[in-house]
Design a binder for this molecule. Structure first.
Ligand SMILES: [Zn+2]
Length: 111
């Protein structure tokens, strides 16, 4: 079974402000909401991350009002059988999280 064939068999929002996914290979992975939000692969977020990375170090970071409010996942919508569209409590919903990306994030969080 290749990584592309892996599917979540169970999705659960936990008390610890994280999403728990049980995959079809039996692996259980935990995704803190903040990590998911940071990993949003949409063009806007990728551009924002690029701009952040280009800033000189030590520059005071000003948090927007939305960023200081604890984030939550408010909705997860399957897109075909290859991705999930995740809506966050800050109103952001343009990220398409492919199964491949979710596996990758889960592996990073695990280690
Ligand atoms: Zn995004």
């Amino acid at each position: 079974m290749g990584i592309m064939d892996l599917q979540p068999t169970e999705l659960k929002l936990t008390e610890q402000r994280s999403l728990e996914i049980i995959w079809s290979d039996g692996k259980k992975m935990d995704y803190p909401y903040g990590v998911l939000r940071m990993a949003c692969p949409c063009a806007t977020c990728r551009e924002k991350k690029r701009a952040e990375a280009a800033k000189p170090k030590g520059l005071l970071q000003v948090l927007s009002a939305a960023e200081t409010v604890p984030l939550a996942v408010t909705q997860m919508r399957p897109v075909g059988n290859y991705a999930y569209n995740i809506t966050f409590s800050d109103g952001h919903s343009s990220g398409l999280f492919t199964m491949e990306l979710l596996r990758e994030i889960g592996t990073l969080v695990e280690t």
